[in-house]
Design a protein around this ligand. Sequence first.
Ligand code: ZN
Length: 180
Amino acid sequence: MTMQDTDAKRLLKALSFAAHKHRDQRRKDADASPYINHPIDLANVLCNEVGICDADLLCAALLHDTLEDTDTTPGELEQEFGPLIRDLVVEVSDDKHLPKAERKRLQVVHAAHLSPKAKLLKLADKICNVRDVAHKPPSLWPLERRQGYFDWAKQVVEKIRGTHPGLEALFDQAYHNRPG
Ligand code: ZN
């Protein structure tokens, strides 16, 4: 990352990098939406819904699932985007070696200890996922699984309340659509 890089350049680079890494992935909804829509949703929530347009944070939002869901390494993120963005993405990534239930439990435990920017990413991620589960849910998820997702997301958010009232209000609005 050189001093000449503008925010717009970095954002487009992050978008292009993430789109390439997620190119063969789809969301689990009935329409099998392109995976990249989800990181774009996060960046949109942060910048266009609550006015947090910090370029590092938006780059990290676009890249936030590349470690967890693609072959991307932390070293690659550092090389392309610098240590700050690498650290942010690492912070919001689960340890893929752990079983799913343990990963979900640890997200609740770790949420309170995240850095301020990582907390913003976590909030935006939970807003987007809860909206998706409400409005275009994974086609194979029965009611209890959708409800369980809402309840788990709320547990994570409760650990980081006090971070950003606007994001927390958006989460609460989204949670209002808990299925059932
Ligand atoms: Zn995500």
